[in-house]
Design a protein around this ligand. Structure first.
Ligand code: B12
Ligand code: SF4
Length: 465
């Protein structure tokens, strides 16, 4: 059987570090089981023509479907159906709304959440080996009804999963690679829908040996982007991993997401020695009441302050994640959040606008109050605007707040990336003399000089190569 795996491109997509690792995992798993005819198309990188060409030659088209890319995913399904192919959807959106997806006649099957075993079982069943009714975590139409079998089993031992097939999309990983060492997340924040933590799924880690083996194979001398929800959940495991990275002399630099309740000066210092150059921490709000109340974040702001100070001491840059526009939040809470982000020593800070992704508590609450202004998933955009009108604030208030935040960071000299709603602290990690120099430099508005110098250097480099 010939299989095509497609990663669609949402309208305002940003592919940061490379194509979907989830699809690479599926391909690796199937290839290990003898199914070698697998092709990948990432529409962030490949053309529509290539997609059409590829669809023609395969039997089954598997599509990664996020809420943001729902329309584009369905377009792929319609195209595949035109050529009479079997269409399977997986990823965050079908995992939480399988019935909705199956209302589209172009989609034959959905796989809920962790896909390796069920997708393989489906492919086997389609070839007459095994039957659909015994597959866990699957949805399909049968005799006029929709059958949804919720996921009850997750892969307990992650070491049994083959390494992801990074050849799938022909992506150039020569300088950096995406990497996944754990699955799931032990927390249950109201705003979040980690696709692999749905239902009964516990947090799981690969063995350190298994992680090191893959790092040796694919990452030596490169930058590694750990895409894990939180790499710092288990301190003992993380410590062993860092020690092994140092011993192995892998010469990598890496970044990951963590949480302030599991970080400490000691572990951050070890992470830095192992090559870590950035840790993202979700603080979300400057209001402890909101963190404990609606968000259920299990995070203490005074602990966050301690960890931020320790990160400066050990010289490990922290990226603070914040959200505005959360149910039960007041405009005063939002100002507290901005003050927290501005007045603590983060190297970089990123804001999001609260967005009711399906399957989250956030969505359930906002929907129960009738606060969600659109039923068009594509209209959600957590970087640009709010899709809520609550009793305390609405879209316009959030738009004003967004502008206010940008102005405040700009006034304090931070470098502003308006479209991504991200800010860079030019003073971070600099001693008093350098800080003064940066201050003077920015006062004199010399940024254009730096830009011009960078342009010249780039041109010279290009000519030389
Ligand atoms: C890393 C990541 C990214 C990276 C991806 C980098 C990369 N190269 O892989 C980047 C930065 C690009 C990204 C972007 C975005 N992301 Co993101 N991201 C994640 C994150 C943290 C991990 C995803 C991951 O790789 N997991 C590990 C792999 C193994 O799992 P997986 O991808 O889910 O794939 C498995 C199953 O889902 C299934 N599966 C997946 N596809 C398919 C297809 C078929 C046919 C089958 C059978 C099965 C199947 O099998 C796979 C193997 O088990 C998740 C959170 C999470 N834990 O899922 C959020 C998450 C997926 N992202 C989210 C969001 C909102 C976004 C953005 C919209 C953000 C933005 N502002 O633009 C964009 C949208 C991009 C898009 N294409 O639509 C939401 C999605 C919510 C939703 N309902 O869609 C999540 C769930 C986080 C959250 N807020 O809760 N993201
Ligand atoms: S926001 Fe982070 S810590 Fe909270 S549930 Fe999601 S992944 Fe886990």
């Amino acid at each position: 059987m010939k299989i095509l795996l497609v990663n669609p491109k949402p309208v305002d997509a940003y592919t940061v570090y490379g194509p979907s690792l989830g699809l690479c995992y599926l391909s690796g798993y199937l290839k290990e089981r003898g199914l070698h005819d697998i092709e990948g198309i990432d529409l962030n990188l490949d053309s529509h023509e290539r997609l059409v060409e590829a669809i023609r030659t395969v039997d089954l088209v598997g599509v990664y479907c996020s809420t943001k890319a729902l329309r584009q995913s369905l377009e792929v399904a319609v195209l595949a159906k035109k050529f009479g192919k079997t269409v399977v959807f997986g990823g965050p959106h079908p995992s939480v709304l399988p019935e909705d997806i199956l209302k589209n006649k172009s989609v034959d099957f959905v796989i809920l959440s962790e896909g390796e075993e069920s997708f393989h079982a489906l492919v086997e069943a389609m070839q007459g080996r095994g039957d659909l009714s015994s597959i866990d975590g699957i949805g399909y139409r049968c005799e006029g009804t929709t059958v949804i079998k919720p996921r009850t089993k997750f892969i307990k031992d992650l070491d049994t999963i083959p390494f992801p097939d990074r050849e799938l999309f022909g992506f150039d990983y020569s300088k950096s690679v995406t990497f996944c060492a754990t699955r799931g997340c032990p927390y249950k924040c109201s705003n979040c829908q980690p696709a692999l933590s749905l239902q009964t799924c516990a947090f799981r880690m690969r063995s350190v040996d298994n992680v090191i083996e893959e790092l040796r194979l694919v990452a030596r001398g490169k930058q590694v982007h750990f895409i894990d929800n939180d790499l710092t959940v288990n301190k003992i495991w993380l410590r062993t991993l860092c020690e092994r990275m140092i011993e192995e002399k892998l010469a990598i630099i890496w970044g990951c997401q963590g949480r302030v309740n599991t970080l400490s000066g000691e572990i951050m210092s070890l992470m830095k020695r192992a090559g870590c150059i950035n840790v993202g921490v979700g603080i979300e709000s400057g209001s402890q009441e909101l963190l404990d109340g609606f968000l259920k974040k299990q995070l203490d702001l005074s602990r966050a302050e301690q960890v931020i100070a320790q990160s400066v001491e050990v010289g490990l840059p922290l990226h603070g994640w914040f959200i505005i526009g959360i149910p039960t939040e007041t405009l005063a809470d939002m100002s507290r959040t901005v003050e927290f982000a501005l007045n603590h020593d983060f190297a970089t800070v990123g804001f999001s606008i609260g967005t009711p992704w399906p399957g989250t508590v956030f969505h359930a609450v906002a929907s129960a109050h009738d606060w969600i202004l659109t039923s068009d998933w594509e209209k959600f955009n957590e970087k640009l605007f709010s899709s809520l009108q609550t009793t305390d604030w609405g879209t316009d208030d959030i738009a004003t707040k967004r502008q206010e935040i940008i102005c405040k960071f700009r006034e304090k000299d931070w470098i502003v990336n308006e479209s991504d709603f991200v800010f860079i602290n030019p003073y971070w990690g600099k001693g008093p003399v350098l800080r003064a120099a940066v201050w003077l430099f920015r006062r004199l508005r010399l940024n254009h000089v730096t830009k011009a110098v960078r342009r010249v250097v780039r041109t010279v480099r290009r000519r030389l190569s």
